[in-house]
Design a binder for this molecule. Sequence first.
Ligand code: PA5
Length: 591
Amino acid sequence: MIDGFEPGEHLGALGRTQHGTSVALQPRDGRVAVQADDQHVAERPRGAEVAHVPRMHQVEAAVGEDDAGAGGTARRQGGLQGRNVGGHLGERHVEEDSGLSGTRKRCSLTPRVRPGTRPRTMANYRRRRWRDAMTVQLDLNGVLAAAVGADGIGPQDLEDLAPRLQRIRADLVTRRTAGELGFAELPSRRDDVKKVIETAAAVRSEFDTLIVLGIGGSALGARALTTGLTGAGEPFRVVVADSIDPDAFAGLLSEVDVKRTLFNVISKSGETPETMAQFLVVRDHLLRELGAVDYRRHIVVTTDATDGAMRQIVHDEGFRSLTIPAGVIGRFSVLSSVGLFPAAAAGVDVEELLAGAAHMDARSRAAESAMADPSLVLGGVLWLLGARRRKSIVVTISYTERLVATVDWFCQLWAESLGKELDREGRPVEWGQTPIRAVGTADQHSQLQLWIDGPRDKVVLFLRVEDHATTADIPAAYQDLESVGYLGGRELGELLNAEQRATELALGKRGRPSMTLGLPAVNAFTLGQLLYLFEWATIAAAELIGVDAFGQPGVEEGKRLAHGLMGRGGFETRREEVEEWLARKNPQFII
Ligand code: PA5
């Protein structure tokens, strides 16, 4: 067992075995192999960083040698190239690496390690080189007229967009300073994060399952984080239950060991009927299974600090609780305790996540102009394609399963924030782009035909990951059959990424615009950037359209009608309205 390596370590980075000897990540045959847990294998080309290996407990010495026994240190030290092993605090190690891309210098600071203690490693996101290497990038080439012709964006469009975005950028600074953009400050709300981390640490020792009860913005962010950032080896299970389907919900409750399960009720308003109904069902279940004393321990409530029925219930019952800051609404709350607590419970490094968001924020602030800010440009270009090129559908296709739930989250953000009848002055706009979630490569064999040959009403946004956490080699076989044999010796992630490129070009060749958001890897840092980028892109688009991104008047009407149907006091006229409408249905047209 070797401990002390972190995602992003350079070749040559030091670790310590259980026997107290120092070892380093070493190249063999032009690659370095790293094994984390039993099933998590990552291989990186020599000269690259070892990136996003979330739980690296074992480094096999192809690292390749058995680390047990005397002599291990000498062997490993002998394998190092121009490096000093067993460094002291602050000691600077310089490695000459004649890797694939030519000779380069590598520098690393190695902490002092006292015998028998775990080496302290600096978090990767505190290292500038690692942050640079993990920066999310927006590739606009596929939307340019130069690539796709008339449906693309030409130089004049960009010239027109630039001053508009510049004005919006200035307005948003003012609004942010005035405290109108609560979501923007979430990466720096230290007190909230501390409480989230402490509560998560406590519940991880008490329980092994967390079930989130919430819906919409109170569920999708938590699912994006937990499915995006936890792997098969994570012992603590988080389930986001945003369904009130009786079969599904009762099935879930019957399947879990309630003694080992915590429920996190999340609702900003504290009165959403789906979430309140789930809470009442769960509370009753817990009372019956655990009794009136113990059941309280199994509920954590995340809600507004002062308002709403759930806050009142917290006061009355004494449940543990977390707060959603004022001015932060559901779909913009992923970086608040709404998303952070389930994520931290699932073992996600939420500090790294927030550092990613802060990194995107810093990039935006440092951008020379609005046209150099990826968030504003993403929002601006999507708006431009909608307003000037009639692209009324945004297809977001993820070429990693890890980000599929993030796409769901983005779909809600884009739809609910921008789909508005009236602008802020009350003038009709009826603007919005329908977001579609797609998965690469499955949807190439399902929907791509429509995108390529069907109506010219779509823009495709690719999510591409350079370095997938797992390396899965495709074994060579059937070499005499060219249609199968050529795959042998390649790798699944390589095929996945080749398919993404091929689809991008295929769309472009047919004049269909696309953009690509490229992630060097999926980890908390890159996901933090992505979420924050999407939030600002949505705000930028809302500004261009002139609508309020934070309201959802259309949804409210449906809620009032449902309240009436379910007999909530004060909504009697809504009930009558629904009953009259049902009575008017013509049975002739029910066939
Ligand atoms: O984005 C939103 O604001 C909505 O999707 C809400 O999150 C959703 O309606 C749930 O609301 P609440 O958190 O008040 O229960």
